[in-house]
Design a protein around this ligand. Sequence first.
Ligand code: FAD
Ligand code: DHB
Length: 391
Amino acid sequence: MRTQVAIIGAGPSGLLLGQLLYKAGIDNIIIEQRSADYVLGRIRAGVLEQVTVDLLKQAGADKRMNEEGLPHDGIELLFKGKRHRIDLNGLTGGKRVMVYGQTEVTRDLMEVRAQEGLTTVYEASHVQPVDFESDKPKVRYEKDGQVHEIECDFIAGCDGFHGICRASAPQDKIKTFEKVYPFGWLGLLSDTPPVSHELIYANTERGFALCSQRSATRSRYYLQVPLTDKVEDWSDEAFWEELKKRLDPEARANLVTGPSLEKSIAPLRSFVTEPMRFGRMFLAGDAAHIVPPTGAKGLNLAASDVGYLSQAFVEYYKEQSEAGIDRYSEQCLRRVWKAERFSWWMTSMLHNFPGEGEFNTKVQEAELDYIVHSEAGSTSLAENYVGLPLV
Ligand code: FAD
Ligand code: DHB
């Protein structure tokens, strides 16, 4: 088999890249180690920046998002028992975010790909990028007991944090930067109406909490938990009781509880790989970087990476120019590091850090007080939250 771009991984970055390339007339095949249902079963991000919304439109996968997504003009910060609104729209000259789940984004991208009859190989094992430092790269994999090889011009490593692409990069040419946080997020999805119209990010003495949503009838909540906790330790009742304790009286009174549809714990990590290109292999999304979820940036960074990468391939094939692919890593990393900084800052300001003591708590409260009462402070949060412009 031969294609122009072989994409490893059918998460949001691989599927979006595939669709953007197809729209630009560039051939691609996606190789994914799991089944489509498994990929769709992972409940993750929920907030899309305008840049991501625009790319989904460009990919022709925006119909259901436009009908069912929830545009949000603000968020609320809860600390010292009171909520304060950040007017995202007013502070950014009219920008907003779209609340629409990663599962739905993935499903929409899978559907348009299937409609166009494009090839995705699911349940491929032993996937391996080969010869990417030559001008004849290949992807090798096994399926139904047989070894297959795809010859290509380029490999896109869209295979997430635990993928094979970053792991295959030459060790003397790669540098990684990492920060691991001493807690995780326990998430719960339920068919209950959201506690409030807008998202609430709460700093409390019992730890961080986030009230998010997927629709008028489906909610997503998160609690900061110790890394040692297991999902099995948390009954639905225990989750709701703890969440109530971390809310303000009005939200507590409004909270509708119900059985969980899904519950999982995610560790929090900051991680960046430099560079994001190794010869003819390009890393994108979680394969190259991880942010703690507090700033809602993971999925959005994955989308902006593949926005840059698709543009670079268009320049290569349509204008015979390598300028885009040569610029790719540096261009992405400038944006990535700003999102890393924002996500680290939101995480530092909103969580309870074991062992940091009361001085840390007082500084967090002062910072939150400054952010909500200073236009400069609120604007800085707002412009990062809605997403910095592409450069
Ligand atoms: P992924 O979604 O990880 O997709 C990579 C794909 O590659 C997967 O389908 C995987 O099966 C496949 N793959 C892996 N290895 C191979 C291989 N060897 N061969 C072939 N295929 C392979 N972000 C937020 O903004 N908010 C959140 O609340 C949030 N929660 C999260 C919770 C968890 C548990 C995790 C892991 C991430 C969370 N994120 C969140 C981050 C966000 O979901 C990711 O940034 C986003 O999924 C990145 O998309 P991706 O396509 O780059 O990677
Ligand atoms: C969601 C997740 C986040 O990390 C975040 O900051 C906002 C919303 C969510 O899953 O809805």
